[in-house]
Design a protein around this ligand. Structure first.
Ligand SMILES: NC(=O)c1ccc[n+]([C@@H]2O[C@H](COP(=O)([O-])OP(=O)(O)OC[C@H]3O[C@@H](n4cnc5c(N)ncnc54)[C@H](OP(=O)(O)O)[C@@H]3O)[C@@H](O)[C@H]2O)c1
Length: 94
């Protein structure tokens, strides 16, 4: 099912996020995604021309703010799937 508009998926280069990005892209829904590694984002964008990728560490508030502003100002934003929790460096207590 095609979703008309732009869906933001954080952490779209592997695992659950990549599966979601693939489903959306194959349905010709535009996607804005992020991860920490440029090379994986470039590979993803080559595979799916409707996908835009940005290097963002979701543990970095300034980077998240910048990415969120881009998403909010992009035409047709209809959804956010916050898949990358960015909890790699947190202890269980955190
Ligand atoms: N798989 C499961 O069984 C399971 C179960 C419960 C909860 N979860 C949660 O679901 C989410 C996805 O799981 P997954 O197994 O699909 O993970 P995954 O295969 O490790 O994929 C994580 C994605 O998020 C990106 N990412 C990781 N840390 C990031 C950060 N700090 N900033 C930006 N992007 C980041 C990764 O790219 P880069 O590494 O290039 O940044 C990758 O694109 C995680 O939050 C996980 O804790 C998963």
């Amino acid at each position: 099912m095609k979703i008309n508009g732009l869906v933001v998926v954080t952490g779209g280069t592997s695992g659950i996020g990549l599966a979601l990005v693939g489903l959306l892209a194959r349905a010709r829904t535009r996607v804005l995604t992020c991860s920490r590694h440029r090379e994986q984002l470039d590979t993803l964008m080559r595979l799916h021309p409707g996908v835009e990728g940005r290097v963002v560490n979701v543990g970095d508030p300034a980077a998240v703010d910048h990415f969120a502003r881009e998403a909010a100002n992009a035409p047709g934003l209809v959804g956010l799937i916050n898949n990358a929790a960015g909890q790699d460096n947190l202890s269980l207590a955190d």
